[in-house]
Design a binder for this molecule. Structure first.
Ligand SMILES: *Cc1c(COP(=O)(O)O)cnc(C)c1O
Length: 444
């Protein structure tokens, strides 16, 4: 059972003098009383900002609004609140008004890779489906910051139906990732309808939900929500803890309910300067996550979205953190560190180097301790010839249960013998442009 800490009681009573624990734990109550302006924040936390700072903050709020649930606010320690990880993630900073030369409105080009409104189809076999534009808390580091507030609404059923129709018409989509906004801002009934529609599509194998509710509003994970979700397996959930201070009795209870319902849980953290850019903090976080049956999935390099410059670290900080985890702790506690490619190339994993050198039959590796070792490769290896004709292959793939077409793309295509492509050349390559120009002339 989650507790009602003294600080939480103080805050709750300031909101409603006769408040009881059951109200505090009612997610509708939490959303109704979300903190959306600076004065309310000051009053509830018992702090005060200087006039000059207030002015700058108000200016920031015009561009990027503020919203914090009373629960998430209650995690902030008023003493030294400015350095508290929850304060930094939830409370605006005038640094958000700084726009750096390389910042972009939509760095991941989600809008350009969107065949129908609210759906991003970037990878061959899976789509990102924005079913809600609403969040219970506005993360200051949101990559979709451009959309926060001004689109604060639930997409109407008609728009969601368009997305569903797209998925239905694309048999290659085997994995649908519900995102937003936060999909758990929808009612149980509406979400149940979306999940039922998706489950009725034969080629949709897995459904995933990305939500920050276990972190910012754990009371949303009600018994009835979980009962509903259970009907739609295989269903995976990814959440978004960034700091060990976010793992509380209430969030542990929410995670337990989800895990007990058989939902595999993952976590996506964002590397944030001044919040979690520290190997010890990240190690503590991943340990707490696995104790609560959550597998650290991704650690994101902070995107190039406008207004995030004060949160960005060098890539080296992420590599240093991964270096401090691999080998030093359980393999399943180590997230994959990724940079989401500006321009929409998708997530690119980044790692320390473990392969130091190699020859035709030996590789030289180093381990986490710095020990340098060799691995002797076979002197002879006869690879099975592969032109993707699996029916004729001596490695017996059960072709009946496998997908019909298997075409490699990208670097995997270069490595395969499926066709005679020997290089990938950018469209803008001048040399090839001249060649094509010369051909055109010869033709004419
Ligand atoms: C992250 C993301 C996915 C899912 O990627 P995984 O690596 O499979 O978790 C799918 N589509 C888009 C547009 C994404 O940004």
């Amino acid at each position: 059972m989650s507790t009602f800490t003294d600080r939480q009681q103080r805050i709750a009573q300031k909101i409603e003098s006769d408040v009881v624990l059951s109200k505090w734990r009612d997610w509708h109550w939490q959303i109704r009383h979300s903190i959306r302006d600076i004065s309310a924040f000051e009053y509830l936390l018992g702090v005060e900002f200087e006039q000059d700072e207030r002015r700058k903050l108000l200016k920031t709020l015009e561009k990027f609004p503020l919203s914090i649930t009373p629960y998430y606010l209650s995690l902030i320690n008023a003493v030294d609140f400015r350095n508290h990880p929850v304060f930094k993630q939830a409370f605006p900073s005038s640094s958000e008004m700084i726009i750096m030369e390389h910042d972009m409105k939509d760095p991941l080009a989600e809008d350009s890779d969107s065949p129908v409104p609210g759906l991003t189809h970037r990878y061959p076999d899976r789509v990102l489906f924005h079913v809600s534009n609403v969040c219970s808390m506005y993360c200051r580091h949101c990559t979709r910051k451009r959309k926060v507030g001004d689109m604060d609404r639930i997409p109407v059923r008609k728009e969601v139906k368009q997305g569903l129709a797209y998925i239905r018409a694309h048999p290659e989509v085997r994995d649908v990732l519900l995102s937003g906004g936060d999909p758990f801002m929808l009612t149980d009934e509406y979400l149940d309808w979306i999940l039922t529609e998706l489950r009725a599509i034969p080629h949709v194998e897995v459904i995933r939900i990305g939500t920050r509710m276990p972190v910012v509003l754990p009371f949303r994970i009600t018994d009835s929500l979980v009962e509903m979700l259970k009907k739609h397996h295989p269903l995976w959930i990814n959440t978004h803890f960034n700091h060990p201070a976010e793992i509380t009795a209430s969030s542990r209870e929410a995670l337990r309910k989800l895990a007990d319902a058989g939902i595999p849980l993952g976590n996506q953290s964002v590397l944030l300067a001044g919040v979690n850019d520290c190997p010890r903090i990240m190690k503590t976080l991943v340990h707490k996550l696995v104790m609560n049956r959550v597998r650290p999935y991704y650690l994101y390099q902070c995107d190039l979205s406008e207004g995030l410059s004060h949160f960005r670290t060098p890539v080296g900080k992420g590599i240093e953190i991964v270096e401090s985890l691999i080998g030093h702790t359980s393999g399943f506690a180590v997230p994959t560190y990724v940079i989401d490619a500006p321009g929409g190339g998708g997530k690119i994993p980044v790692m320390p180097n473990y392969l130091i050198s190699w020859s035709t039959n030996k590789v030289v590796l180093r381990n986490y301790e710095g020990v340098i070792t060799t691995y002797k490769e076979p002197d002879s290896y006869e690879p099975v010839f592969c032109n993707r004709d699996c029916e004729r292959c001596e490695l017996r793939l059960n072709v009946d249960s496998a997908e019909d077409v298997y075409r490699s793309v990208g670097i995997a295509e270069l490595l395969s013998n499926q066709d005679d492509i020997i290089s990938l050349v950018p469209d803008s390559n001048e040399r090839i442009g001249r060649r094509n120009g010369a051909e055109a002339e010869a033709d004419g």
